[in-house]
Every structure is written in C-alpha cells, then in structure tokens.
Design a binder for this molecule. Structure first.
Ligand SMILES: Nc1ncnc2c1ncn2[C@@H]1O[C@H](COP(=O)(O)OP(=O)(O)OP(=O)(O)O)[C@@H](O)[C@H]1O
Length: 437
C-alpha cells in the first residue's frame, strides 16, 4: 500500500483542518478540511505557505519552536480555534503543524458533552402542555410562562412547596430558544453552603495545574447555552448571594481557587416559597440580587385556591402510577373527589400525588372508592383538630365553623359574630377560597 496515500486518507478523515510545513515553510501535508476552511488551492503542497498567507503564524513556530494552543482567529468570516505545534525530530525543529476547527463545531461538541453528563434527569422533560389543570389560575400561569419563554430575562417563580414551580421552569426552558441546551436544576436548600458554592461555581484542582485538567466545572459552566433553575433561592447564604450576583452581572464565572475566568451564557430561573421581600427587610436576602432575579415574576397559586384542578390532577396521577405499576383504574367514586376537595393541601400537588398514589396501590379493583380512602379520612381528621403550619387560632376557628355550616358563609358569619364582608376578607386572607357559598 502506498503509505503517502494512506496518510493522506487518514488526514482527510479528520474533522479538524490540518496543515503542515517543513522548516522552509513549504507545505508538506494538508487535508481537505484545511483547504476548505482556509480557502486554499487544492494543489498547495510543495508551495510556500507565505504565498497564500503572507504573515503565516507558522513562521513564528518555526522560529521559536514553541507550541501555541487554543488561539482564536477569523478566517473568511468564520471563527476558528487553532493549535500550532513545532515538528521536532532528534531535538531539531524540522517543521510546524497547525490543526484547527470552526468554533461552531466546538460549541456543538461541547453541547453534546454537557448533555451526555446530564442524562440522568438533568434534562427538562415537562412541557407547558404537560402541566395539568384547567383552572383559570393555571391557564394564566401557563400563558405567562409561554411568553416568558420567548425572552431571555431572568424569571422568579413564587409559590408554596409542591405547587409545580420546577415544572413551570422546565416548561419555560423548553419553549425558549435554549431548549436544545441543558436544563439544570439545583436545590439551594439541599446542600450546605460550601458544597453548594463548589457545585455552582466549580473548583480548580491546584495540585494538577498544568499537569492535567483537574478540578471540576460548576453547574454554571455545565448549564452554558441553557437554563439553570435555582430552587429555594431564599435559602442561599449571604456570601453565595454575593457570588451569584457577580455572575449575573458579569456573565462570567471564576472557579474556586482558580485564576481563569470562564464566560458563561446561562439563563436563570429562580424559585422560592418564601417571602423574599420579608427576607430583605430582615437582612437575610440582598435587595440588589432580588431585583436582578425578579425581572419577570410567575406566581403559582396553592392547590387550595384551585380545587377545580383536583379531578384532572387525580386522573393524570392515576394514569402515571398505573403505567409505572401496571395497575389500571377505570373509575373513581365521585365521593373521593368530594373528599379530596375538603382538604387544605398544605403540600399542594406533591401531597395530592402521594395520597392518590397510595389509594391506587391500596385499591383491589379497577374502581377507586371510599374504602381506598380511609387512611385519608383519618389523616384530614387529625389535621383538622390542630392549627396547620402557619395557621392562626382565628383561621382555625373560621375553618371549623365553616365545616360545621358545610361551607355556608352567611351562617358561619352569624356564629362567629362578624359581618359577612369581614368574613369574606378573612377567608381571602387565609386563602380559604375553596368553599364558596
Ligand atoms: N400542574 C401539575 N400537573 C402535573 N403534575 C404536577 C403539577 N404541579 C405539580 N405537579 C407534581 O407535583 C410534584 C411537585 O412539583 P414541583 O417539584 O415542580 O414543585 P415545586 O413547587 O418546585 O416544589 P418545591 O418548592 O418543594 O421544590 C411533582 O411530582 C410534579 O410532577
């Protein structure tokens, strides 16, 4: 086999452009990609490179014998990234080789690498259409989310735990221009401060500097080109808030212990179930960070304010559990819906999901009925007899009286000795909008 043809075939198979010169700067090898990217004539081999590229950087390599890695240049309106290396034989510079590729190719590869690392559930899968609920509140939230998706602005999603904030964040990502990029969710409450800091910003492994690429990229770097969802943002410590603010302002991250500054292109969606304004007032949250995050706000109402979503949610959970556990429920006793609508759902959809899942598992037939809901009846009984988290004595009293009057507000107002509008106002304040009469 002719070894020159063989080598040429190998060079042409490379995705990089490759061009090599001898010590007199005469081109000795070039592959198809190099000819295409640099716009050179196909028969350049044997000619001086300076004939086509007068100030070729290869001359410098021949002179210094020093390699140059990762140089960026624009050729024919395309940005390329180039490595130039001397060819050294027996300690002598006998030529130079340059390998390069288009930056868009590098970015595509980078995206694939990142996606590969994130396969384990770090990709968004919920689209806005998948968010269940026909209440006006949910329909409006979905419409807002769809329009927020068209922008690049930071979104702050507020709502109690389990209301579906992360689903909305995924949905926004998937309708945005970044949908092909990564979606990374971080729960700021789940990790202690110093661990969270290294998760978010990454770290440089000092011991390996130069020797090998040590350290670890942070989630900001991994989310490059995509969306970073920061859940429970209200839990961030003040020092991390300061770091986050800097990244948002400068769009660059510096790994812990590192010198290098890495530009990142990340859209932030933050979520909180806390009252950030109150946290600002008490000095626990930086107001400048709040204003950066709170460009667009999406409020997800608690389930107790949209109980009309319960049947749809129940059916969607039944189908999902059914698929997973190979259990088909075809009918639900209407009494079950009525029962579920009585509860206040402090844990929102997550709590509903747990309850329905349990009912499905207990169910012996293909019809959910009262017997499958006994545990739930005793649960709400227990809950009723004590104030719920955050519920005042007054709120509990109102709730109990309303239960006695079966939701009749006129009668309840009479028993409580308050006029109707006061009761209305208090019901609104305590979020008891479910019982309407
Ligand atoms: N509208 C909805 N349709 C379908 N599933 C929902 C809906 N809302 C919430 N869920 C389900 O409820 C659970 C909680 O949702 P999610 O994690 O998005 O809530 P969250 O508000 O981010 O909660 P937390 O603040 O505790 O992190 C998930 O299992 C999710 O699939």
């Amino acid at each position: 086999m002719n070894s020159n043809i063989h080598i040429q075939a190998i060079l042409d198979a490379s995705h990089d452009g490759i061009i090599a010169v001898d010590r007199d700067s005469t081109v000795i090898w070039v592959n198809k990609n190099a000819i295409e990217i640099l716009g050179l004539p196909a028969d350049i081999v044997g000619e001086k490179i300076t004939r086509y590229i007068p100030n070729s950087d290869m001359l410098r390599i021949l002179a210094t014998g020093k390699k140059e890695i990762g140089d960026i240049a624009t050729v024919l309106n395309r940005q390329i990234i180039i490595n130039r290396l001397p060819i050294i034989v027996d300690g002598e510079i006998v030529g130079a080789v340059s390998t390069f590729k288009e930056i868009t190719d590098v970015q595509k590869m980078e995206m694939r690498i990142r996606k590969h690392y994130m396969e384990s559930g770090l990709e968004a899968k919920y689209r806005l259409e998948d968010i269940v609920g026909c209440s006006q509140a949910i329909r409006e939230a979905k419409a807002w989310a769809a329009s927020f998706g068209k922008t690049e602005a930071t979104v702050l999603i507020t709502g109690e735990t389990g209301t579906g904030k992360e689903l909305f964040a995924q949905g926004i990502h998937l309708v945005s221009q970044r949908s092909a990029g990564p979606f990374i969710a971080v729960n700021c409450a789940a990790l202690p401060g110093n661990l969270l800091e290294s998760e978010l910003f990454g770290y440089e492994d000092g011991a390996f500097t130069g020797a090998r690429r040590g350290g670890k990229p942070g989630l900001f770097e991994l989310a490059h080109g995509g969306t970073l969802f920061l859940d429970e943002i209200g839990e961030l410590s003040l020092p991390i808030q300061a770091l986050l603010l800097r990244v948002l302002q400068e769009k660059k991250v510096r790994r812990i212990g590192g010198e290098r500054i890495v530009p990142v292109d990340v859209r932030i969606i933050a979520a909180t179930n806390r009252d950030l304004e109150q946290q600002i007032a008490s000095g626990q949250f930086r107001s400048d960070l709040y204003y950066r995050l709170n460009v667009l706000t999406l409020e997800i109402p608690p389930l107790r304010e949209r109980k009309e979503d319960i049947p749809d949610l129940v059916w969607s959970i039944i189908h999902e559990v059914g698929e997973r556990r190979d259990k088909a429920i075809r009918e639900v006793d209407p009494a079950i819906f009525a029962l579920l609508e009585q509860h206040n759902w402090p844990g929102n959809v997550r709590e509903l999901r747990n309850v329905v899942e349990r009912m499905v598992l207990l169910c012996q037939s293909d019809r959910l009925d009262a017997s499958d809901a006994e545990f739930f009846v005793s649960k709400i009984q227990r809950v009723r007899d004590r104030p719920q988290p955050g519920e005042s004595e007054e709120a509990m009293l109102i709730r109990k009286v309303l239960e006695e009057t079966k939701g009749n507000r006129m009668e309840a107002a009479k028993i409580l000795g308050m006029d109707r509008t006061t009761l209305w106002r208090k019901l609104k304040k305590y979020g008891y909008n479910g019982t309407r009469r």
